[in-house]
Design a protein around this ligand. Structure first.
Ligand SMILES: [Zn+2]
Length: 489
């Protein structure tokens, strides 16, 4: 089940604002006190804490709905648990208790008008149990809410019973949680993708048109479509890096120490405030979502590489240049993968992982080992043609799902160097047999037609025949090279 939270602003009168503030204060007090007790006494069980504290707080805050008291205690239990767990894992105790600065107030179905709300066709207000009794509150509904509400009416989504009310910049919001049923779609395409520093390489096979062409035996068109989405994560990181250095230079005079040195400016509040204003994270997130949407528009079989838990660390290993390290850290491989996985479920796609072994080092037509050419991202096949390493990578991912060709591709010519353990396919659930057969067929056909015109794989000629540096110098950090061991750097 997928969850989507949608925040809707509440229409708040002066009086309502006062009421909400009063329950927020009471709720926050309960959470803080119970967390402190729980951590100090190592008692974190929600039921135990409820037995210990429920009556006390019912007397202390008689006007607070009993459900809210229970929820506050439960929230405290969760906060205490995760604090103790963090402390255990990191072994750090810099604070004796977790600092609870703000709370989201949880209204269970008994404390808000869930039953009425969920039955309504166009809910525009809700009822909250507040100290003066059940109070009607109007909602400032927006498009995103209606999109999910439409799915509730269609039976494609459910509304979570718990409503969260929270304050942000002196406005009050109700957060609705929609539970969306993953779609069961018939895959319309087979898509492989590979994340690099500035691009995402994609191979797309449109099943319906392909099957049609197979029937007509129109060989010429039977190759996967190869293209790139520009993400410019690397360029974005470099730009923000420059801006950050400028901020540091500007702030330096303010933080000079008597001995002529400077404080660590990145730790200062002033610096953090300015960096926050840059909105680097949200810009990056926007691009991540764009990639995920592009890949999951229609139900598809999506193939990508198995990433380690922390792909960046693996890639950084052995790279000394600090700017380069920083940029690789900034490429959100995992975030893209997670976003794709999440969207894939929602739109009825299925995600499959293949091993990353030699994906960008083998010619996807001749199964020979590719050699370095003058340009960094173009490789040369011993049979004389050029291959873009990103296209090699996605094409070889396709091969890896076709068992017969897979053994050929990674056996021939490379037998002696092969590490069997690395090649074990471990995490693949079952791909429909028809798809595997089709993929095998298409890849065999692609092989045949690419043998005639291998230039399709090259994405243009090597750019610097004289062997000069790449423009921007950024391409050498590509995921593709580094995960192969980075030996060429
Ligand atoms: Zn070749």
């Amino acid at each position: 089940m997928l969850r989507r939270a949608v925040a809707v602003e509440l229409e708040v009168t002066k009086e309502l604002n006062k009421l909400l503030h009063s329950i927020e204060t009471a709720y926050l007090n309960i959470v803080r006190e119970v967390v402190e007790y729980a951590v100090a006494n190592n008692v974190t069980g929600a039921n135990k804490l409820q037995r210990l504290f429920y009556n006390k707080y019912r007397q202390e805050y008689p006007s607070l709905n009993s459900q809210l008291v229970i929820q506050a205690i439960r929230q405290a239990s969760q906060i205490a648990k995760s604090f103790i767990e963090r402390r255990r894992r990191k072994g750090l105790v810099d604070k004796p208790y977790p600092e609870v600065r703000s709370v989201s107030i949880r209204f269970t179905e008994k404390a808000w008008s869930y039953e009425e709300f969920v039955k309504s066709i166009a809910p525009v207000r809700l009822g909250l149990s507040l100290p003066n009794g059940r109070t009607e509150v109007w909602l400032r509904l927006h498009k995103r809410f209606w999109q999910y509400w439409w799915r509730v009416l269609n039976g494609e989504a459910g509304l979570g019973k718990t409503l969260i009310v929270k304050r942000r910049a002196n406005k009050w919001y109700a957060v609705f949680v929609f539970e969306i049923k993953p779609k069961e779609g018939t895959p319309q395409s087979v898509i492989s993708f590979d994340i690099n520093e500035n691009t995402v390489a994609i191979s797309r096979i449109d099943i319906e048109t392909t099957v049609d062409k197979v029937a007509k035996w129109n060989k010429q068109y039977l190759t996967p479509q190869l293209y790139m989405i520009r993400t410019d994560f690397g360029r974005l990181a470099r730009r923000y890096e420059r801006i950050r250095s400028t901020i540091i230079e500007k702030l330096k005079p303010e933080f000079a120490l008597p001995n002529g040195k400077y404080m660590n400016i990145t730790n200062t509040r002033e610096f953090r405030k300015r960096v926050k204003r840059l909105r680097e994270r949200s810009r990056k997130l926007g691009r991540v979502r764009h990639v995920a949407n592009e890949l999951t528009k229609a139900p598809a079989i999506i193939i990508t590489e198995e990433l380690s838990d922390n792909p960046q660390e693996l890639m950084i290993d052995g790279i000394v240049k600090s700017e380069l390290r920083h940029r690789i850290k900034q490429t959100p491989f995992k975030a893209v993968e997670r976003a794709v996985e999440d969207k894939a479920l929602e739109h009825g796609s299925k995600l499959f992982h293949v091993s990353s072994y030699r994906n960008s080092r083998v010619c996807p037509i001749h199964f020979t080992k590719l050699k370095m050419a003058d340009d960094w991202h173009i490789l040369k096949c011993p049979l004389g043609h050029y291959v873009d390493r990103d296209y090699a990578s996605v094409m070889n991912m396709n091969w890896k799902l076709t068992p017969e060709a897979w053994t050929k591709a990674f056996w021939w010519n490379l037998r002696r160097e092969m590490d069997w353990r690395e090649c074990e396919e471990k995490s693949n659930p079952i791909i429909p047999h028809g798809i595997v057969t089709l993929l095998q067929h298409i890849m065999e056909n692609a092989k045949a037609s690419l043998e005639q015109s291998p230039a399709v794989l090259a994405r243009g000629k090597p750019m610097n025949p004289a062997g000069g540096a790449n423009e921007g110098g950024g391409e050498e950090t590509s995921h593709t090279l580094l995960r192969q061991g980075g030996g060429q750097l």
